[in-house]
Design a protein around this ligand. Structure first.
Ligand SMILES: Cc1ncc(COP(=O)(O)O)c(C=O)c1O
Length: 378
């Protein structure tokens, strides 16, 4: 039986090969590998797409978050509120600028930071909130922005997984002071290597990001402050621009697949399909279900040659590197419970309807076997 993988970049490549090779040839012909018009063009296209005045290309999504934190003046002694159920980069970057990540639990439905719990985490040291738009769906930015405005906090959107997602008809990355995107190869818009982007409407912040990504250089070899090498290379910018034309179609296909899964999995009591907030749209970077017998289901799928993923098995407050912060098991019960039940199913745009049906049928089959055994765990 043909394996169904979580991602199939090889299947997609023939569809983009011509444009990508042309883009690479252009860079090779110019022999210009850092900066250049390709980076500017890609930045302009992302700014336009997101709906911000500026987009500043960065070497990765992690670099984009670092840049936003540095440009936002976050440093030693500051606290930054974020959620623990996510990829490591967000909290890692907060720590790297010398600040302390302060975790707030997630909403059980969307897996995004729970705005109702943010206010009680604010202290005189709090400088910013980083909501993460997990799995392709925006956090409740309206509520978060209201809290931030009251407490005079910066809002940095971790939109690494959410290019083109919307909240109240506005795009991820245009909802806070900064938006941070990743173009890691597995992302909905993935490069042929690392890549990232910061978006902002603020002229001074954009200028600061541009300087910081180039070692804080204001004039050549003149450094007013310390930044780093956070630049996106020319080849990646050219490739990402070439791939951008297909992004709408790819996101639409992801949404279609999600709708098919929703329909086929809705009636299974031991499964909860993704909940999408009526105030927004998801680009389904992941299609993540909650399953009572998550590990058994994952094993069952693997035997049927169906890939799946656990994003994320260990919430950040339980990571050994953050042990010194003194968090304990039980501190963020929703994140902890979610990490034991979450399972992402293949949702990449190269899946055909028959693939989707096969995945869903395998999930159904496993659920039926559990019901027969009387052990759905409910
Ligand atoms: C939520 C989130 N934040 C940040 C990042 C970091 O992006 P990158 O891997 O491009 O550094 C990622 C992606 O990997 C992510 O999923």
């Amino acid at each position: 039986m043909k394996p169904i993988a979580m991602l199939d970049l090889k299947a997609e490549f023939p569809l983009i090969e011509g444009k990508v090779r042309e883009a690479i040839d252009g860079v090779l012909a110019s022999q210009h590998f850092v900066g250049g018009p390709q980076v500017g063009e890609f930045e302009n296209r992302i700014a336009q797409r997101v709906g911000t005045k500026h987009a500043i290309a960065a070497g990765s999504g992690t670099d984009a978050i670092l840049l936003a934190l540095m440009a936002g003046g976050i440093s030693s002694g500051d606290e930054v509120i974020t959620s623990p159920f996510t990829f490591f980069a967000t909290a890692g970057c907060i720590h790297r600028v010398g600040a302390t990540p302060v975790f707030v639990d997630i909403e059980p439905d969307t897996f995004n930071i729970d705005p109702a719990q943010i206010r009680s985490a604010i202290t005189p040291r709090t400088k910013a909130i980083i909501p993460i738009h997990l799995f392709g769906q925006c956090a409740n930015m309206e509520a978060i922005n209201a809290i931030a405005a009251d407490a005079n906090l910066l809002v940095i959107e971790d939109a690494a997984q959410a290019l083109d997602a919307t909240h109240k008809n506005r795009n991820a990355g245009s909802l806070g002071h900064f938006g941070c995107f990743s173009f890691y190869p597995t992302k909905n818009l993935g490069g042929f290597g690392e890549g990232g982007m910061v978006t902002t409407d603020d002229d001074a912040s954009a200028e600061r990001c541009r300087q910081l990504r180039n070692h804080g250089q204001t004039d050549q070899y003149h450094h007013e402050f310390i930044g780093g090498n956070f630049r996106l290379n020319t080849m990646q910018a050219a490739i990402l621009s070439a791939k951008l034309d297909r992004l709408d179609a790819c996101n639409t296909r992801r949404q279609e697949i999600a709708a098919q899964y929703d329909q086929m999995l809705a009636a299974i009591p031991a499964i909860r399909t993704p909940v999408i907030d009526a105030n927004g749209t998801s680009v389904f970077h992941q299609y993540s279900i909650l399953a009572d017998d998550r590990d058994g289901l994952r094993e069952h799928l693997a035997k049927a040659s169906v890939g799946s993923g656990i994003y994320y098995p260990v919430p950040l407050h339980r990571q050994p590197c953050f042990k010194h912060m003194g968090y304990n098991e039980g501190d963020f019960p929703v994140s902890e419970a979610t990490s034991t039940r979450i399972l992402s199913l293949p949702v990449h745009p190269m899946l055909c309807d028959a693939d989707v049906k096969r995945v869903a049928e395998q999930v159904q089959l496993h659920a039926a076997s559990q019901t027969v055994a009387g052990s759905t765990g409910r």
